[in-house]
Design a binder for this molecule. Structure first.
Ligand SMILES: C[S@@+](CC[C@H](N)C(=O)[O-])C[C@H]1O[C@@H](n2cnc3c(N)ncnc32)[C@H](O)[C@@H]1O
Length: 269
């Protein structure tokens, strides 16, 4: 099975069995969507009327919050089960939302320069190469558009197991190629999914190659000093699981493909 089929099946299963990542936006969150979405103050004061692409963001959280805040939202995801949650929540809340089932590394269903903002939660680990993803994001964004993304830290994906002293062992090489092996330490890995390690030069350099400039860079702190060694918060004291970037598209590279946009599905209550 190729990575798309495997990950679609895995994420359908995660969505259908109530994964934490398939948690829809709550009423309380919908009362202050920008505060919830934007702890770092990376978004403009209002996003009403902005064209927003929630990339690999199915599950009824990001897309719903952006739509509640007044943006024109398109959500792309590989998993139909994750997208169904967005559609169900949009309908329930009377919101307009376009859902598109596609892989992040082939957005040919979307036209060029359609969006002011692309928001992508942790998900580039599900494709073998991030460069086509960044190329597609640059193509569908307008110049000066924002790309907010979160990724798994390569060092976190290198951890294979703990030794008898609860030290974290780096058992995967930094230059590992191909799907990551199954590990004893499964923190920050999703069961059934095939994942890939992307080095910092791929994540940061790959963005720069596409004409982005990185305006801010964060490592969300997941360290917890009150928990027992088995807890992921203990692991977070040694290795940050994620990195988060705010990037802006300064200029377009010459495009090699122009695509024909397709309508997707539109929810109009
Ligand atoms: C960690 S979840 C993110 C969504 C979630 N709403 C959240 O709260 O962060 C990762 C998402 O990536 C999607 N995904 C995996 N591979 C993908 C691909 N190749 N293209 C698009 N989406 C993909 C999964 O279906 C899943 O919805």
């Amino acid at each position: 099975m190729d990575y798309r089929t495997t990950n679609q099946t895995a994420w359908n299963h995660l969505a259908d069995t109530g994964s934490l990542f398939a948690k829809v936006a709550s009423d309380a969150e919908c009362r202050e969507p920008l505060k919830v979405l934007d702890g770092r103050g990376w978004l403009p004061k209002t996003i009403a009327g902005m064209d927003v692409l929630c990339l690999a963001s199915g599950g009824g959280w990001q897309a719903i919050l952006y739509a509640v805040a007044g943006a024109n939202v398109t959500v792309v995801d590989l998993s139909d089960s994750m997208l169904r949650l967005d559609e169900r929540e949009a309908k329930r809340r009377g919101l307009k939302l376009r859902t598109v089932q596609a892989s992040m590394d082939d957005l040919s269903v979307l036209g060029d320069s359609q969006f002011d903002l692309v928001h992508q939660p942790v998900s580039t680990c599900y494709v073998p190469d991030v460069r086509p993803v960044f190329g597609e994001v640059a193509r569908v964004l307008r110049v000066d558009g924002l790309y907010i993304s979160q990724h798994k830290q390569p060092v976190s994906l290198q951890i294979s197991h703990r030794n008898e002293r609860h030290q974290f062992v780096i058992g995967v090489e930094y230059f590992h190629k191909g799907p990551l092996p199954k590990q004893q330490d499964e923190s920050y890995r999703e069961t059934g999914a095939v994942e890939y390690l992307h080095r910092l030069e791929d994540l940061i350099g790959g963005l720069c190659e596409q004409g982005f400039v990185v305006e801010d860079f964060r490592e969300p702190k997941r360290a917890d000093y009150q928990v027992d060694v088995s807890h992921f918060g203990y692991r977070g004291r040694f290795v940050p699981p994620y990195l988060r970037m705010k990037a802006r598209l300064l200029r377009k590279k010459e495009q090699t493909r122009t695509s024909t946009p397709a309508p997707g599905k539109l929810w109009i209550p």
